[in-house]
Design a protein around this ligand. Structure first.
Ligand code: AP5
Ligand code: ZN
Length: 216
């Protein structure tokens, strides 16, 4: 299965990507997680990305595209992958098509997670992410067994800087202006499947699996 998850900030892409990648035994490639790891590791890539991320803007395409191209080659994209957070605009989607053409494979499905703005604000304001394994928790909806400790690996949970209210508002604007056009791009390509991403995590996973099965 070669699939992309698309949806607004806080729609549950990272949450579902982690579960689906493990159930389908395919690697998850999350551009947000890769950038955050580079920012905390102080790498050159992290330095290039940080200011854009802090503002809630997209990191420039040339930086992001090169990173994804490298990663998909390394992961052996022919064996399958789940992309979370890439592509984020039409230029990145066109680049992904080129990367996959070069590898001689195609996307099976683009899964759109649909949630309304009120739910997004609730999800992002309570999000806590693991510094070690990237697993996301939520103080109310996915609370860890022990406060500030990841259930999966015991790592420390932290609140993302870009989950502050004014940055969230800007990320939503960027989504509407730059990422939402991908929905019609992939609809025209015939790979788009949309699901209702409200309700509990397990219910969304079941809808996602059914939608992906229908495209496989
Ligand atoms: P990125 O990390 O990709 O952020 P995002 O797209 O804004 O998405 P989020 O991670 O905020 O949300 P999510 O949909 O993964 O939700 P989650 O599962 O965590 O990108 C960050 C930045 O990196 C960008 O702003 C940009 O600067 C840069 N970047 C990344 N990719 C780029 C690209 N391709 N090009 C250029 N720049 C790029 O869930 C949210 C919360 O809700 C959690 O607390 C979770 O526990 C909870 N939750 C999840 N599902 C449910 C449910 N069903 N019910 C209740 N709670 C739930
Ligand atoms: Zn963890």
């Amino acid at each position: 299965m070669r699939a992309v998850l698309v949806g607004p900030p806080g729609a549950g892409k990272g949450t579902q990507a982690q579960i689906l990648a493990s159930e389908l035994s395919i690697p998850k490639v999350s551009t947000g997680d890769i950038f955050r790891a580079n920012v905390s590791g102080g790498t050159e890539l992290g330095k290039q990305a940080k200011a854009y991320m802090d503002r809630g803007d997209l990191v420039p395409d040339e930086v992001t595209n090169a990173m994804v191209r490298d990663r998909l080659r390394g992961e052996d994209a022919r064996a399958g992958f789940l992309l979370d957070g890439f592509p984020r605009n039409v230029a990145q989607a066109e680049e992904l098509n080129k990367i996959l053409d070069d590898l001689g494979v195609r996307l099976d499905a683009v899964l759109e997670l649909k949630v309304d703005e009120e739910e997004i604000v609730k999800r992002l304001s309570g999000r806590r992410q693991c510094r070690n394994c990237n697993r996301v928790h939520h103080v109310e909806f996915e609370p860890p067994a022990a406060e500030s400790v990841c259930d999966d690996c015991g790592g420390e949970l932290f609140q993302r800087d870009d989950d502050r209210e004014e940055v969230v508002r800007h990320r939503m604007e960027v989504y509407r202006e730059q990422t939402e056009p991908l929905v019609s791009f992939y609809h025209d390509e015939g790979t788009l499947v949309a699901i209702d991403a409200t309700g509990g995590v397990d219910a969304v996973t079941e809808r996602a699996k059914a939608a992906l099965r229908s495209e496989a």
